[in-house]
Design a protein around this ligand. Structure first.
Ligand code: DGJ
Length: 326
C-alpha cells in the first residue's frame, strides 16, 4: 500500500511538473545518454513504467529507387527504459535485438522494426510485444510478436503474420478493463484502420477484425479510454513529415468509430507541433488526465529524432485537448 501511495504521489508531482514545463523534447536516461526508443509505447507494471521503442542508430540513408521519402537506418531492435516517476529513465537494454546475420529473418538489420508495444497478460503471466515488421520497401506489411517472462526481457521472437490475411503497418495495442486485448493496425495500403481482437494469450488474432476510418488514410494510432468511451488519435500518411492529427471516438471498441476533429490546439496544431502520435498514457489517480506522447522525426538523421510529451485532458464534453502552451 505504501509503495502504491508513493507511486501515486510521484505521478501527481510529475504531471504537475510536466504540465508546467509544457513540453519535453530532449530526454536523457539516468546515464546521461539520449533516450533511444522511437515510435514507442509505455507499460505500467508493478509500480514501474517501461518504455519500449525502436532503437535507431547509425547513418540515415534513402532506400534507392523509392519514389517517396523512404529514409531509414538499419534496424536496431527494441530498447527498453524503466522509470518510477516518468522523469528518471534507466536504460534496461535492447530487449529484442535485431539479427545481423540472417538476411531472411524478420528482425534482420535490413528490415523495418517499428512501433513496438508491450502488454502484460495476467492469465499467462507473460509480457507480449507486437510490432510492425516490414521489408525496406514496406511491401511485406506484417505484424511480429515476441514474448517474455520479464518486462525487461529477453523477448523471444515468435514470427510475424498478416492478421486475418490483411496488410498491417503502423500499430498499437489496447487492453480493455475486462482483460481483452485489441490490435489496431493501418491496413489496406494504409487506407483503412483495422481493429482485431487478440486471443486470450494475446499471441494470435481472432477472426474478430473490423474495418474503421475506411479510406481515411490514417496511421500512428494511439488509443485510450475515458468515461466508458474509446478514443483513437492518429496522424495522416506523409512519411516522416508532420501533418494534422485527428481523433475518433466509439462507445464500444468494436462498434462504430466516428471521426472528430484535431485534438491539438494553439500554434503549429495543424502539424501536431511537428510531431507524430505514438502513445497516450493515462495518469494514475487523475481521471481525464493523460500524456500525449509523440515522435519529432528528423528524417535526415533518424537517430537524433526527439520526443514530445504534452498533457492531454478532456473537457466537460469529453473532448480531448492537447495544447503546447500553459
Ligand atoms: C510513418 C510511420 O508512422 C512511421 O512509423 C514510419 O513507418 C514512416 N511512415 C516511414 O516513412
Amino acid at each position: 500500500m505504501r509503495t502504491l501511495i508513493i507511486s501515486f504521489c510521484l505521478m501527481l508531482n510529475t504531471f504537475v511538473a510536466l504540465s508546467q514545463s509544457t513540453k519535453v523534447k530532449m530526454m536523457t536516461d539516468t546515464d546521461g545518454n539520449a533516450i533511444n526508443a522511437h515510435g514507442g509505447g509505455i507499460l505500467y507494471y508493478g509500480g514501474t513504467y517501461y518504455w519500449y521503442g525502436e532503437l535507431k542508430s547509425g547513418p540515415t540513408y534513402k532506400v534507392p529507387d523509392s519514389d517517396w521519402e523512404n529514409y531509414r537506418v538499419k534496424a536496431g531492435g527494441v530498447s527498453c527504459y524503466s522509470s518510477k516517476d516518468l522523469k528518471n529513465w534507466k536504460f534496461e537494454g535492447v530487449v529484442l535485438p535485431s539479427n545481423k546475420v540472417d538476411k531472411k529473418h524478420d528482425l534482420h538489420t535490413s528490415k523495418v522494426i517499428e512501433r513496438p508495444k508491450v502488454i502484460y497478460n495476467k492469465k499467462t503471466k507473460k509480457f507480449v510485444m507486437w510490432m510492425h515488421i516490414d521489408s525496406e520497401d514496406y511491401s511485406y506489411a506484417r505484424s511480429g510478436v515476441a514474448i517474455s517472462d520479464s518486462p525487461v526481457g529477453p523477448f523471444i521472437y515468435k514470427g510475424s503474420v498478416r492478421p486475418n490475411g490483411n496488410m498491417a503497418r503502423d500499430m498499437t495495442l489496447f487492453v480493455d478493463d475486462d482483460g481483452k486485448a485489441y490490435h489496431f493496425y493501418s491496413s489496406e495500403e494504409n487506407a483503412t484502420m483495422h481493429i482485431s481482437l487478440l486471443t486470450d494469450d494475446y499471441l494470435s488474432h481472432t477472426k474478430t477484425d473490423i474495418r474503421i476510418l475506411i479510406g481515411d488514410k490514417r496511421e500512428a494510432p494511439a488509443v485510450f479510454k475515458y468515461n466508458s468511451k474509446y478514443y483513437l488519435v492518429s496522424s495522416g500518411c506523409t512519411g516522416w513529415s508532420p501533418n494534422e492529427a485527428s481523433y475518433a471516438t466509439a462507445d464500444s471498441i468494436l462498434g462504430n468509430w466516428t471521426t472528430q476533429t484535431n485534438p491539438c490546439v494553439g500554434k503549429d496544431a495543424d502539424k501536431t507541433f511537428y510531431a507524430q502520435s505514438t502513445f497516450v498514457l493515462p495518469v494514475i489517480g487523475k481521471p481525464g488526465k493523460f500524456f500525449f506522447i509523440a515522435d519529432m522525426w528528423n528524417k535526415l538523421d533518424l537517430k537524433s529524432s526527439k520526443y514530445l510529451w504534452l498533457p492531454l485532458h478532456l473537457n466537460a464534453n469529453g473532448v480531448p485537448i492537447i495544447s503546447n502552451t500553459k
